[in-house]
Design a protein around this ligand. Structure first.
Ligand code: NAI
Length: 411
């Protein structure tokens, strides 16, 4: 039987300045949550299957927290906890800036390798995870993330409705990655206009780090639809081989090794692999004008590294702004309720194209206020969340006035 061992607790939101985490050994997650405004963290251990999972809900002001489930081997549970807390916060800002009626949340499953060797165990663990999601009563909605696939979502679906990213053949919207890649391309167009004064991606040199679900689709779209030149890398030899075959004969495509990709001379460096790749070690090595990719949590330390990029004159497309296409995609699946059509797919594309306008607004704000794009994105997200909080407070205020009036008239 599954046992919910995590204490779901609410932590008062404070305006305290968030401090970077220095040591995982002394990681105080409650302190971290209060500094970053998280609402809840829950842990679930399933004795039967050995599932160990954590769900973090950052903010539900705008709607239920939607965010994918990451399956990964972590060195410690503190590392997993910090990962899920950081990722869930990013989801709040992503939904807020994208104008979606969603809050921010995320889940991690602490992999032990057994789920890779035993498909039946994997399925059982995802069903157990579905019960965990269900226990939160709709405050959290899950989908895919790194390490999880549409088939895993189908297992979760047997236990809860609060899941998106279901395969097409099972009535869902399928892999959101092409939508994420499409949004990244739209965002890149805004950035090259601002940063390079160019009106199209034709001839623009893009270095793509990671040829996974998003990176491969991004590479294809850049080459096929926009006439860009792509230099790419991946750590998996099989993926590199697949890319070599797929883009064989394409003169504007080349491959380099994974440790060289961020050092390439290019217009745009596009991280599409992992988090924290932009840091004080890599920033001096970058030879690009723009950083614009799909990876979540690209900056190792957001304030510090956003400032370092500004100092080097590199324009940064804030990760959660430019990679919102996937979230737009899964949100549309939830709205479609039973059956995914070509019209739904077209709607996703139109909405993801809006990332161009969002980035234009963000870059204008950044320029006019003399703040980094990262700070501008925070401001845009905070304004929307605060407006929603005021809106929520409003009805109770008017109710209070109405009650006062009715008492007055009863007198
Ligand atoms: P994926 O797991 O399919 O692809 C990641 C790729 O990066 C893999 O092929 C991996 O081998 C490669 N990689 C790992 N370390 C590398 C290194 N040091 N150098 C070069 N390549 C390396 O993941 P996916 O779905 O493509 O996502 C990529 C990133 O975008 C992740 O950070 C994810 O959180 C983020 N993201 C993905 C969305 C989606 O729709 N799939 C939506 C929003 C964000």
């Amino acid at each position: 039987m599954a046992t919910a061992t995590g204490q779901r607790r609410r932590v008062a939101r404070k305006g305290a300045t968030a401090r970077p985490v220095d040591s995982l050994e002394q990681f105080d997650h409650v302190e971290y949550m209060s500094q970053h405004g998280h609402e809840e963290v829950a842990t679930w251990l399933d004795r039967e299957t050995g599932l160990r999972a954590i769900i973090a809900i950052h903010d539900t002001t705008l709607g239920p927290g939607l965010g994918g489930t990451r399956l990964r081997r972590y060195d410690s549970s503190a590392e997993a906890l910090l990962d899920v807390l950081r990722l869930s916060e990013g989801m709040t800002y992503k939904a807020a800036v994208a104008g979606l009626p969603l809050g921010g949340a995320k889940a991690v499953i602490l992999a032990d390798g057994k789920e890779e060797r035993d498909p039946a165990l994997r399925a059982a663990r995802f069903r157990a995870f579905g019960r965990f999601v269900e226990s939160l009563g709709g405050r959290y909605i899950t989908a895919e993330d790194v390490g999880t696939a549409p088939q895993d979502m189908t297992e979760i679906r047997t236990q809860t409705q609060h899941v998106a990213g279901i395969p097409r053949e099972a009535g869902g919207s399928g892999d959101p990655s092409p939508s994420t890649a499409y949004g990244v391309v739209c965002g890149m167009r805004a950035l090259i206009e601002e940063g390079l004064g160019r009106s199209s991606l034709d001839g623009v040199r893009v270095a793509v780090q990671g040829l996974g679900h998003v990176g491969m689709s991004l590479t294809e779209q850049l080459l096929r639809d926009h006439g860009a030149t792509v230099i790419a890398a991946d750590v998996r030899p099989a993926i590199v081989e697949e890319a070599r075959k797929r883009f064989a004969g394409e003169k504007r495509f080349s491959l380099v090794t994974a440790d060289e990709i961020h050092k390439q001379e290019c217009d745009v460096f596009s991280p599409c692999a992992f988090g924290a790749g932009i840091n004080p070690v890599t920033i001096p090595q970058l030879r690009c004008r723009i950083v614009a990719g799909a990876a979540n949590n690209q900056l190792a330390d957001e304030d510090r590294d956003a400032a370092l990029l500004c100092e080097r004159g590199i324009l940064y497309a804030v990760d959660y702004v430019i990679n919102a296409g996937g979230l737009i995609h899964v949100m549309s699946e939830l709205e479609a309720k039973g059956g995914w059509s070509e019209e739904d797919a077209a709607r996703v594309k139109a909405k993801a194209a809006g990332i161009y306008d969002t980035l234009k607004r963000l870059l204008t704000l950044s320029r006019e206020e003399g703040i980094s794009p990262h700070a501008a994105a925070r401001q845009m997200a905070a304004e929307r969340i605060q407006a929603a909080r005021r809106g929520k407070a409003q009805p109770s205020e008017s109710k209070r006035k109405a009650a006062k009036n009715s008492k007055a008239s009863a007198k």
